[in-house]
Design a protein around this ligand. Structure first.
Ligand code: IPM
Ligand code: MG
Length: 370
């Protein structure tokens, strides 16, 4: 019996709802053409939730996310919520979802579309064929470590504190995800930390090394300091296949890696929890671009990262490899035909808006489905 797949859609703020609307049309297309049956719920997060409920994510939304087979997330934040107290910022929504659902493995694939090679700030010969998978730890490290806070010192000045902390178990579980991915890809894994200055980095290196020796001897493991990794990403990005790193370094390095492709507006991500005995795991999929308040509501945003996030969701959470591949192919075809949103516009291509890009996607999907 085919059971309906439970999907929670959280569009969020800024361009989130606009790009999500186009992903939603692709979901409707999948349902209409009989590829899957979905039970879809939609709810508020981020600033939209602050406006409605006073907090960036409600307990009800967390519970819905836990019950869902997968969550498709848009983007959160905007200047109208800048005055919120630190603990009540829109961004708390994504951090809370990661923490409460135990989404410790943030997968950030960086691939260059051939049609967009000239949009990269690097030379074509440096980025052609680029295909990197960054596995970023997402529920630990300095984002969540205690103690944290801002305290007032006796002389009236202040002291801000955050703590980078990792346990063996936290390192092992994210490293396992990275080793498994490396096995399915090139067989190479680079682990990134600052073992030269941080004890948590030294433990990271020791733990990954031991795990590699005991369980993944077939994977070629090497180590790199995070600063060197940033330099190498700009200098010779194709030396990388799978990278595994901490929450903070992963945040920074994935932004750098994404820009190598020419557009932040093109990249999806998946954040996964641990699989239970039945193989089911919590999972959230989101574009790595933010809410882009400057262009929100103008119909200009690029919906492709949101649609690629949907393709990842189909692959990882629903085992729908073929449908995921078809969506990715449709995107490549639309780009090759010269249709571009403003962020990836190049000489000789046609500028179109968010909705027109969605229309082009559906036409292409119809063609591919024959
Ligand atoms: C990301 C974002 C988030 C992070 C913010 C919005 C909290 O930058 O997903 O990379 O720092 O993790
Ligand atoms: Mg980031």
């Amino acid at each position: 019996m085919i059971t309906n797949k439970k999907l929670l859609i959280l569009p969020g703020d800024g361009i989130g709802p606009e790009v999500m609307a186009e992903a939603h049309r692709v979901i409707d297309w999948l349902a209409r053409t009989g590829r899957a049956k979905f039970d879809i719920a939609e709810d508020l997060v981020g600033g939209a939730s602050i406006d409605a409920h006073g907090i960036p994510v409600t307990e009800a939304v967390i519970e819905r996310a836990m019950e869902a087979d997968a969550v498709l997330f848009g983007a959160v934040g905007g200047p109208q919520w800048d005055a919120q107290g630190f603990a009540n910022r829109p961004e708390i929504a994504i951090l809370e979802l990661r923490r409460r659902l135990g989404l410790f493995a943030n997968l950030r694939p960086t691939q260059v579309f051939d049609a967009l090679i000239d949009a990269s700030p690097l030379k074509p010969e440096i980025v052609r064929g680029l295909d990197i998978m960054i596995v970023r730890e997402a529920t630990g490290g300095i984002y969540f470590g205690e103690p944290r806070g801002i305290e007032t010192l006796p002389d009236g000045s202040k002291r801000g504190v955050n703590t980078e902390v990792y346990t063996t178990a936290e390192i092992e579980r994210v490293a396992c995800v990275a080793f498994e991915l490396a096995r399915k890809r090139s067989g190479r894994l680079i682990s990134v930390e600052k073992a030269n200055v941080m004890e948590s980095g030294l433990l990271w290196r020791q733990t990954v090394t031991a795990l590699g020796a005991s369980q993944y001897a077939d994977v070629q493991l090497s180590h790199m300091y995070a600063d060197n990794c940033a330099m190498q990403l700009a200098k010779n990005p194709r030396q990388f296949d799978v990278i595994v790193t901490s929450n903070l370094f992963g945040d920074i390095l994935s932004d750098l890696a994404s820009m190598l492709t020419g557009s932040l507006g093109m990249l999806p991500s998946a954040t996964l929890g641990a699989a239970d005995a039945s193989g089911r795991r919590h999972a959230l999929y989101e574009p790595i671009h933010g809410s882009a308040p400057d262009i929100a509501g103008k119909g200009q945003a690029n919906p492709l990262a949101q649609i690629l996030s949907l393709a990842l969701l189909l692959r990882y959470s629903f085992g729908m490899q073929e449908d995921g591949a078809m969506i990715e192919q449709a995107i490549a075809n639309v780009l090759a035909s010269g249709m571009r949103t403003a962020d990836i516009l190049q000489p000789g291509t046609a500028r179109i808006g968010t909705r027109t890009m969605g229309d082009a996607m559906l036409r292409e999907l119809d063609k591919l489905a024959g």
